[in-house]
Design a protein around this ligand. Structure first.
Ligand SMILES: *[C@@H]1O[C@H](CO)[C@@H](O)[C@H](O)[C@H]1NC(C)=O
Ligand SMILES: *[C@@H]1O[C@H](CO)[C@@H](O)[C@H](O)[C@H]1NC(C)=O
Ligand SMILES: *[C@@H]1O[C@H](CO)[C@@H](O)[C@H](O)[C@H]1NC(C)=O
Length: 449
């Protein structure tokens, strides 16, 4: 970091009293997504709600000092499966967890919904969570997912299905199976409980311009699946390849050396070195949580999450990757000091970054996860904007202050005067963004100058 001021300017603590007013750089922590269960209830997600159309209708209680625990205990005493109280969710529209960004009156680190948003807890099976992203159906159901499509009148898929189990049985499986047995190759689920079939998409309809965002309603018949949204269809096609299936992408032939491995983790595969194939190495790396895999010298498999020791694409191209895999002579498994190299491309990254470059060797530090910079705020020694002191051992950095405030349960953190850290859950004493912008926040952190 840049030297913003000389070390000799460091003052003792009481000379601070002469330094009014002060400025500090302030950070707000994202509310923690509830992860632990409360009694038998698990966090189920952040849902849309409105006064005219409540998502949960069972019962209600209000308190200035509401907490997640208090709400769960109220609903649980009344026998409701969901808290806020209800036995079923009505039409369920899932919103990002970050939308439920108001803290509870009784516990500032817990989310208590927001305007038109409900933080929901559910006492059913822990597996019933916010649905997973749509994907191809497995097994004999050869339906691929082709995207979140627009709809309107006339319908994008013209044939409205009458499912044998009624609208409440609507799921991706019941809809695709209905469409297939009625001779259609396209199926779409919409608004949580509608199913449509056809053999072609109606004129003027196609992938929604805002992607998956509008397909955010839970299937009435399957709480772990999305069934479209308002005028949005999760659309499936019989026999379509599924572009969103995670894949190991071949990146070519990479350098390696025995003394300095490009991928640091040597991996065993089922059946040992004699059974080495590209797939066996990939799946062993994947199972161990790695997203890079490389096979070398016919029988070696290496994994990692970033490239080490300056490894990279071989300067002589693919010529050094010239050895057959022990377990499949039709495949290449690297060569001497050469890795046949693969990267696991997750579904969300797959479509947008199919031409993505090779991973970089330096993984960026994520120690500041969840904190947003709010800018430079005013402060004064006698009336602190954040009144709790965060204790940091060693040289002050933004990360250390944020983490000290985090571990003490605070959502706001501010660093000041090179070496001070303050925490709170609210801004006090009229503190606010500094009228002169970032000008006053001009001191380097003692621990990172
Ligand atoms: C809460 O989220 C809403 C919707 O994303 C946003 O408009 C609002 O600014 C957020 N409020 C805070 C305090 O972060
Ligand atoms: C506040 O909420 C956090 C996160 O759920 C929890 O760990 C903590 O025990 C709660 N504090 C009180 C006083 O209930
Ligand atoms: C070799 O790998 C294949 C594919 O993973 C596996 O089915 C087979 O059992 C392995 N062979 C041995 C001898 O373990």
């Amino acid at each position: 970091m840049v030297h913003l001021f000389s070390v000799t300017v460091l003052l003792s603590i009481h000379s601070l009293a002469t330094a009014l007013p002060d400025s500090r750089t302030l950070f707000r922590r994202a509310l923690a997504t509830p992860s632990s269960s409360i009694g038998a209830y698990n966090y189920n997600g952040c849902y849309y709600d409105s006064v005219n159309s409540r998502t949960l209708t069972g019962s209600t209680t209000t308190a200035d000092d509401m907490t997640n625990e208090e709400c769960v205990s109220f609903c649980s005493a009344k026998g409701f499966a969901y808290a806020d109280c209800g036995s079923n969710l009505n039409i369920r529209t899932v919103e990002p967890d970050t939308d439920c960004n108001m803290s509870c009156g009784g516990n500032a680190t817990e989310p208590c919904g927001a305007g038109n948003r409900l933080s929901v807890f559910y006492s059913g099976a822990p597996g019933v969570a916010v649905p997973a992203a749509p994907k191809a159906l497995g097994g004999t159901n050869n339906w691929g997912y082709i995207g979140c499509y627009t709809d309107g009148y006339p319908r994008a898929l013209a044939v409205g299905a009458q499912l044998p189990g009624g609208a409440s049985s609507t799921s991706v499986e019941t809809c695709t199976s209905y469409c297939q047995s009625n001779g259609y190759t396209l199926a779409g689920v919409e608004y949580g409980q509608e199913c449509y079939c056809d053999n072609a998409i109606g004129a003027g309809y196609g992938p929604a311009p805002n992607g998956e965002a509008g397909c955010n309603m839970v299937c009435a018949g399957a709480p772990s699946e999305y069934c479209g949204g308002s005028f949005r269809l999760n659309t499936y096609q019989l026999g379509a390849p599924n572009p969103d299936t995670p894949v190991w992408k071949a990146l070519g032939c990479y350098t390696d050396s025995v003394a300095k491995r490009s991928l640091s983790v040597g991996m065993q595969v089922l059946g040992g070195a004699q059974n080495m194939t590209q797939e066996n190495c990939q799946s062993s790396c994947e199972a161990a949580g790695y997203n890079l895999a490389g096979v070398e010298y016919s029988g070696e498999c290496y994994c990692d999450n970033s490239i080490q020791n300056g490894g990279g694409p071989a300067p002589d191209g693919n010529s050094g990757c010239n050895m057959q895999c022990n377990g499949n002579t039709l495949e290449i498994c690297g060569g001497p000091d050469r890795l046949t190299f693969f990267q696991y491309v997750a579904p969300s990254a797959g479509s947008s970054s199919s031409a993505s470059s090779a991973p970089s060797a330096s993984a960026s530090a994520q120690s500041n996860l969840g904190w947003t910079s709010l800018g430079c705020y005013t402060d004064s020694v006698n009336t602190r904007s954040l009144s709790q002191i965060g204790v940091v051992n060693g040289g002050m950095t933004v990360e250390l202050c944020n983490s000290a405030c985090f571990s003490s349960g605070y959502t706001l953190a501010g660093v000041e005067y090179g070496g001070e850290c303050y925490c709170d859950n609210q801004i006090r004493n009229g503190g606010g963004p500094a009228p002169d912008g970032s000008v006053g926040c001009n001191m380097g952190c003692n621990g990172n100058k």
